[in-house]
Design a binder for this molecule. Structure first.
Ligand code: PGA
Length: 260
């Protein structure tokens, strides 16, 4: 079974002092947990400080974005060598907020995925349909396009170093999460595509996280789905106790009794 991964995406929130307190709370709260990977993606201004707070603990550092070039004249951007220097384990790539607000294209997202792999930072490739696309029956078409273009040119053996996050846009920050069954259906579809792009063996190792209004009170039901390998948590990652509760539920996932 794949080890669950729970990543907090703090987005553009909080001061340095807030970040330090939150990181320390998460680090202490998850200290005794086994069989779960935990990542924190603070704003860039807090990345180094959070890195110091979680150093030596099982909590890993992640960034919310990156540029694909190693260095150069790219005002306002952060490169993979900079993230690797801070010992980032994860980098979010293609989050729907960046696709929408910053007009990130599939080509850029692909360049970022490949740059992250080159620098041994694990890309968390985010895919997901809008509410309109779901209503029009285009969910699979959308996520398939995003997955294929995001991983274009990535050799099969490298696919095993990628994480996916299925984040339906209509569920992000809305309080309306996808049901465990809705998420599991898309996760299964994505895993099938990964088998085709790489191999069944490699696909079976790739964590596919769910994101979109994950909270302490819906985490257990989501985590119980065998196709859901953890969560990418936005709003509910901003309070340590709630986030720690989500991590615990992912770590102690219990599959529902179900006849097949
Ligand atoms: P949310 O955000 O948990 O606040 O819905 C999830 C995300 O955008 O990663």
């Amino acid at each position: 079974m794949r080890t669950p991964v729970v990543i907090g995406n703090w987005k553009m929130q909080g001061t340095l002092a807030d970040a330090r307190a939150l990181a320390a709370g998460v680090r202490d709260g998850v200290r005794r947990l086994k069989d779960v990977h935990v990542g924190l993606c603070p704003p860039f201004t807090a990345l180094a400080a959070v890195g110091e707070i979680v150093a030596g603990s099982p909590v890993k550092l992640g960034a919310q974005n990156c540029h694909w070039e190693d260095a150069g004249a790219h005002t306002g951007e952060i490169s993979l060598p900079m993230l690797a220097d801070l010992k980032c384990t994860y980098v979010l790539v293609g989050h729907s907020e960046r696709r929408r607000e910053m007009r990130e294209t599939d080509d850029w997202i692909n360049l970022k995925v490949r740059a992250a792999l080159r620098h041994h930072v694990s890309p968390v490739l985010c895919v997901g349909e809008t509410g309109d696309e779901r209503r029009q029956g285009l969910t699979f078409t959308t996520v398939e396009g995003q997955l294929r273009s995001g991983l274009a040119g990535v050799p099969a053996e490298e696919v095993g170093r990628v994480l996916l996050a299925y984040e339906p846009v209509w569920a992000i920050g809305t309080g309306v999460n996808a049901t465990p069954a809705q998420a599991a259906e898309v996760h299964g579809y994505l895993r099938g595509l990964l088998s085709e792009l790489a191999s069944k063996e490699i696909a079976s190792t790739v964590p596919i996280l769910y994101g979109g209004s994950v909270k302490a009170d819906n985490a257990q039901a989501l985590a119980a789905e065998s196709e859901i390998d953890g969560m990418l948590v936005g709003g509910a990652s901003l309070q340590a106790p709630g986030f720690v509760s989500i991590v615990k539920q992912a770590a102690h996932r219990v599959a529902p009794a179900r006849s097949k």
